[in-house]
Design a protein around this ligand. Sequence first.
Ligand code: ATP
Ligand code: MG
Length: 189
Amino acid sequence: MKNIVIFGAPGSGKGTQSDKIVEKYGFKHISTGDVLRDEIKNGTELGKTAKEYIDNGQLIPDSLMIDILASVYDSFGKVEGVIFDGFPRTIPQAEALKSMLAERNTEVSVMLDLEVPEEELMDRLIKRGQISGRADDNEETIKKRLTVYHNQTSPLIDWYKADGKYTYIKGTGALDTIFADICDAIDKA
Ligand code: ATP
Ligand code: MG
């Protein structure tokens, strides 16, 4: 059983590479962004709360995210592996993930850090916004999300280095080259 954290700034390609991992390894995929967007689409109470934060480029409060994550994880039952995409995004979330997995006698196998330069992130997200129509993929909100990434999420790089799980992945270039590097890291984990 492998627990893979796929990490990176908004637009770094976490979702794209997660789909490829699912296809090759048959792992289950938790994308907290997708979970929240579903809740918004279904008009649930959680969705209403989430929408205000997301449209503003902010993170949803940790306590809420941690509960959602545990319930999705437990719904999977016995599986070969799980990919965490978009979680953790803060140090409290990383600590909560560590204890949640420890309570289930398992742990993070590897954290894959997809590194992409900021100008390219901006370009990718603006292009995605034109196609996806995602309300948070507009220039103003993207800038806020990148600031939130720098302030709240990027400290996780050192946190996972200290935890011995960190692996750098070059997030630019051909999709298949990036995926090959990811596969190497997963196979070693
Ligand atoms: P990528 O393009 O690499 O998939 P992303 O940042 O564009 O990443 P999502 O991961 O889909 O997009 O997240 C969208 C929004 O959902 C975030 O900006 C945030 O408001 C909210 N969100 C998602 N995951 C979390 C989390 N773990 N904690 C708090 N808020 C979250
Ligand atoms: Mg995504």
